[in-house]
Design a protein around this ligand. Structure first.
Ligand SMILES: [Fe+2]
Length: 145
């Protein structure tokens, strides 16, 4: 039971890291009339996520398991596509919506596994993360509409 929670949390870490990387490249390479707003929004998103990844990894350690790390290892585990360097601002937003939605799938799996294992602390952490990423998806979708 607990092993299922650990595996689910490790997947959340890998895809969170992948999302940090994708949001960061969008922060750097976004161009066009919405440069300033997107540049700032993307920075807020990856900065918040960087803090969250630390908390999730330390939750894994608190459960006496090891956190995943290293770019190659994380990339191998992650299930998030990579965006082209020269993508348009709109394509970046579309891409980040999909990446956040993939992470939401991981988070909901981890939330449910934690619930089944009576691990309320991990469940609580996952619920908090779901709220953040659902808000991010809403904001990104609002930009496109
Ligand atoms: Fe920056």
């Amino acid at each position: 039971m607990s092993q299922a929670v650990i595996e689910a949390l490790r997947q959340v870490v890998a895809d969170s890291y992948a999302l940090i990387g994708q949001t960061h490249i969008c922060h750097w390479n976004v161009r066009g009339p919405s440069f300033f707003s997107l540049h700032v929004a993307f920075e807020q998103q990856y900065t918040e996520l960087f803090t969250a990844v630390d908390e999730i990894s330390e939750r894994i350690r608190a459960k006496d398991a090891l956190a995943p790390g290293g770019l190659a290892n994380l990339a191998q585990m992650a299930g998030i596509d990579e965006i082209a360097e020269d993508a348009s601002a709109e394509a970046m937003v579309q891409h980040l919506i999909a990446a956040n939605e993939k992470l939401l799938v991981d988070l909901k799996t981890a939330r449910d596994k934690a619930g089944e294992a009576d691990d309320s602390e991990s469940e609580d952490l996952m619920i908090a993360r779901i709220q953040v990423h659902e808000k991010t998806v809403w904001m990104l979708k609002s930009y496109l509409s």
